[in-house]
Design a protein around this ligand. Structure first.
Ligand SMILES: Nc1ncnc2c1ncn2[C@@H]1O[C@H](COP(=O)(O)OP(=O)(O)OP(=O)(O)O)[C@@H](O)[C@H]1O
Ligand SMILES: [Mg+2]
Length: 262
């Protein structure tokens, strides 16, 4: 087994990157071995999967930052449950860019840190911050023989619509300079309010501008999905309802990354 790398991103805040990457990691782990990586100093994926909100203290010096600096994530992997592990993050990830400017690090730094575990997982699922800096570019530059993919999150808003092209530009730059085999897995519509009349025209615009990129699965806004951060994945009576829109998305994601490999 070699891990496929899937990075969730968009440089617009609150488009469900952390929620979607966390749920995707959870669903995949039912059948496959998954390593989730939190590359956002907000640590939302970390809190989502561990239930720990005091991330600064709980994970002090035990995060993806140390993994990248030392070139090996292994000491920082924590077990979440059967088949699901996580490399957490916390606020100190903000110091990552300092290492770049001091030239202690290059764009292959995350790839190098992941190398020792590439054969241990089927999937590496990465959450990124709403920005186009190193924390987003590092995962896009991380190569895997099994494939490296980006899922572009889109919440149906104008702000996010214009962020799509910027994210695609960053993908193209990463392909040209570091990771020629990086692929766009697709654009995922999330947080969609069934009653909002602008949904259909926004979807049409995306389909026209970026043909065949949008996933057919759409993640609608649901209170049970939002409450997952509170209720967790265990002993949660509304779990099936919370995950309902994500199950077909994960199936579609699996199919898309298979097809792109063939
Ligand atoms: N399908 C959904 N239904 C209802 N609420 C959702 C859904 N997806 C995400 N949310 C909620 O929307 C908010 C933003 O989601 P999330 O934090 O995952 O976005 P993000 O893109 O990671 O944000 P950031 O850019 O700050 O990292 C959160 O409060 C989350 O619980
Ligand atoms: Mg987030």
């Amino acid at each position: 087994m070699t891990a496929k790398i899937v990075t969730f991103g968009i440089s617009k805040g609150g488009c469900s990157k952390s929620t979607s990457s966390g749920i995707t990691a959870h669903i995949l782990s039912k059948t496959d071995k998954v390593l989730a990586i939190d590359l956002d100093g907000q640590g939302n994926l970390t809190s989502f999967l561990t239930g720990e909100y005091d991330i600064c203290n709980a994970f002090q010096n035990k995060t993806i930052l140390e993994g990248i600096i030392e070139g090996d994530v292994r000491p920082y992997i924590i077990n979440i449950k059967h088949n699901l592990s996580l490399v957490p993050s916390n606020d100190f990830l903000a110091t990552l860019s300092r290492h770049f400017y001091q030239k202690k690090m290059d764009y292959q730094a995350l790839e190098k840190a992941l190398e020792p575990v590439m054969e241990d997982y089927d999937w590496i699922i990465i959450d990124t911050p709403p920005a186009l800096g190193e924390q987003t570019v590092l995962p896009l530059c991380a190569k895997s023989p099994a494939g490296s993919y980006a899922v572009i999150m889109f919440d149906g808003s104008m702000f996010a619509y214009f962020a799509i092209q910027k994210f695609l530009d960053i993908i193209e730059a990463s392909q040209e300079r570091h990771n020629p085999e990086l692929e766009v897995a697709g654009i995922l519509f999330s947080l969609i309010d069934s009653r909002a009349k602008e949904n259909e025209p926004m979807k049409e615009s995306v389909d026209e501008e970026y043909p065949n990129m949008a996933f057919k699965s759409i993640i609608k806004r649901r209170a049970s999905t939002r409450r997952l951060a509170l209720e967790g994945f265990e002993n949660n009576s509304e779990l099936d309802n919370a995950l309902e829109f994500y199950v077909p998305f994960v199936e579609e994601l699996k199919l898309r990354v298979q097809k792109q490999q063939n």
